[in-house]
Design a protein around this ligand. Structure first.
Ligand SMILES: [Zn+2]
Length: 409
């Protein structure tokens, strides 16, 4: 057998020998001993911090570079629409974040978190949220999948591809991984089981027994289980916190005249054309705004929770948007907003709005869901936010950076 010395290297894993042996293969030449090497696009290391750690680091760095490239386009062309950012994410960033995930199953959280940081950071910025925003909304509002779920789903999809493949060798390799797992040794199959069980909200997903992992029907069921669990988990997160009460019970048109719950989707308010208005409305809807009911939620006493304009009621979205009379500019802007909304909504919608007069929170909830009025609602959200910030700047005290300026790392 001849070795190509320029293409072949030796890596020594585990304790390193004091004297490095010479791997002289005669006619093939001597092989060099290395600590790091790229094989089939995977950067491998024998340094001890994890054989595939450099692969995660390299992919996170490349994805981050792509994130900066997209940011650069935004700086030249103006803020890009969310739909376009989602498309660019899937085309330019996602391929790096999922590269090789079918082979390298995520067992080491520390390595994988680097990829997740790029993933979350990009979506947050696209929507216009700060680092204090809730995580589930990054997916429920854009239609994207959480990265951990996406990587595991791709691995399961790869298993299905192998089981349907005519190639005997790859099927033998999977069978070997399953047999190793059955005998209690670590293998691709045991790693997949660990990764599925480590999914947030997926701890009790019914993972196939060793023998069943090579049955196509059983793997299809596993894939459906993971998808269903992902959506159940995200929906439970949204419905389970009163920070997102504006989203509770939300329904979308099903296209047949009815309504249905859609867990993940690019929502209508993220299609508002004006980026400033869109982000301001997103911050209100997704509870990432500057009002005391969010900023002083856990730290403030009754006094700190009071409205900055009138110093009377609790500073909530419903109060500031619809009730507060502590500032003439705000009252004037509200009157204009109400006129605009009544001008664009239908007779039925108008009646519904009047019915909700006694319950400001329900009225705000109805207003933010009103598709026909979404542009004027977003403009109102922007102006109210501007007034809130003006007082904040005057009174000092800022909790954190805004979504637009949040760190790029
Ligand atoms: Zn007030």
């Amino acid at each position: 057998m001849l070795f190509n010395a320029t293409k072949s290297v030796v890596m020594i894993f585990g304790p390193q020998p004091t004297v490095v042996p010479v791997f002289d293969l005669g006619d093939g030449g001597a092989l060099s001993v290395v600590k790091e090497h790229t094989y089939l696009g995977f950067r491998l290391s024998s340094r001890g911090s994890g054989m595939l750690r450099p692969h995660y680091e390299a992919k996170a760095a490349t994805a981050q570079t792509m994130r900066r490239v997209i940011g650069g386009v935004g700086q030249m062309a103006g803020t890009l629409p969310v739909a376009m950012l989602v498309m660019l994410y899937m085309a330019l960033i996602d391929p790096h974040l999922v590269h090789g995930c079918e082979v390298v199953i995520d067992e080491v959280k520390v390595a994988y978190e680097k990829l997740e940081k790029v993933h979350k950071g990009f979506i947050r910025k696209a929507v216009g949220l700060t680092k204090y925003s809730l995580l589930a909304v990054l997916y429920t509002e854009t239609g994207l999948e959480p990265l951990a779920y996406r990587r595991v789903l791709l691995a399961v999809g790869y298993l299905l591809y192998v089981l349907r493949s005519k190639c005997r060798y790859v099927r033998c390799a999977v069978q070997e991984a399953v047999d190793l797992d059955r005998r209690g040794y670590p293998s691709w199959a045991s790693s997949l089981r660990t990764a599925v069980r480590a999914l947030e909200g997926g701890g009790d997903i019914d993972f196939p027994d060793a023998g069943e992992l090579v049955r196509e029907g059983r793997v299809i069921r596993l894939e459906a289980d993971i998808l269903r669990r992902m959506d159940q988990y995200l929906q439970a997160k949204v419905e389970g916190t009163d920070r997102l009460s504006l989203l509770h019970g939300r329904k979308e048109d099903d296209g047949k005249g009815g309504e249905e719950v859609v867990v993940r989707k690019l929502r209508h308010y993220l299609r508002v054309y004006n980026p400033g208005h869109r982000k301001a409305l997103a911050r209100v809807v997704l509870s990432d705004h500057r009002l005391a009911t969010r900023v002083r939620r856990y730290t403030g006493g009754e006094e700190e929770q009071k409205c900055r304009f009138c110093r009377g009621a609790e500073e909530s979205v419903a109060h500031v948007w619809l009730e507060c009379e502590g500032r003439p500019e705000l009252v004037e802007r509200r009157e204009e907003y109400v006129r605009q909304v009544l001008g664009v909504c239908s007779e039925v919608e108008r009646e519904r709005l009047f019915e909700l007069d006694a319950t400001p929170f329900q009225q705000v909830k109805y207003l933010v869901g009103l598709r026909g009025a979404v542009a004027v609602t977003a403009a109102y959200a922007y102006d109210v936010e501007r007034m809130v910030r003006a007082i904040e700047r005057g009174g000092g005290g800022s909790e954190g950076e805004e979504g637009d300026e949040v760190e790029l790392s």
